[in-house]
Design a protein around this ligand. Sequence first.
Ligand code: ADP
Ligand code: MG
Length: 302
Amino acid sequence: GQITRQDLQYLEILGHGNGGTVYRTFHQPSKVIMAVKVIALDATQEEQRQIMAELDILHKCDSSYIIGFYGAFFAENRISICAEYMDGGSLDGYGAIPEPVLGRIIVGVVKGLNYLWSLKIMHRDIKPSNVLVNTQGCVKLCDFGVSVQLLTSLTKTFIGTNAYMAPERILGGEYGIHSEIWSLGLSTLEMALGRFPYLPEGSKPSSLVPFELLQCIVNEKPPTLSLEHFSPSLIEFTQQCMQKLPKARPGITALLQHPFLLHYDDGGEEVIAVWVRRLLEQMRIMQRFPSDTSLASTSSSV
Ligand code: ADP
Ligand code: MG
């Protein structure tokens, strides 16, 4: 059935993004924990109807590499989009990801993109914060642009540039799979390094991208990884994806055949699961905020 606001119990804020806030919520009727993204939106009745109709495609997206969709609703001037909750969160907060883990993550990302592209859906917002993981070792994509009307309504309020855009897209050129491959390459580079390669250590790209940064992406040689710390196949993978000339970047077939992906396409979800669980545990200890009872009982008995 339809999800309504009354059925949802808001538990905590998972994060803020460009115009929206994501909450961990409990859906009472189904007893399911959901991630609900609430975005303020100025849309007419007709636009709202259009958005709901377009979001309906999400019910047909059925891939283990794509975030599950439960439904959406409008309340006041806000749209709430209810999706599968991923207990590992997004990959922007994990620092440098070790190559054996990263490799398996990127295999999932590419399979997710391949699935979307096969449905003629462009992601339009590939970046580490839109790649989610869980303690089962699943990797899933979220926040792809299924609703043209939603994107239109959003760009009325927000600037439509981000730091992961390909040079040709910054310049207002044609947008296609090539441009998505650039964003994939840049995201991979960032997750390997643990920082956004165009910015000094410690700074994160914000939603308001400075002109100088865009200029740098358009004019400078793309950043690469050093052979000292990374394998040749990972380095080559990011270099191929981040070629300035869109046509020089690999297509999906070449991408799926890339040695970096072939090497890690071994169903190694357990590698991701172990890594996610370990980091969550570390974060819990660091925050002195034991959220599971086993930890809580040990610390109280000490
Ligand atoms: P952005 O992607 O730019 O960070 P969003 O508003 O899309 O902004 O998301 C904010 C944060 O909420 C994300 O960075 C992520 O950590 C968290 N988040 C989003 N969706 C989910 C989800 N389905 N499960 C768990 N965490 C999520
Ligand atoms: Mg997001």
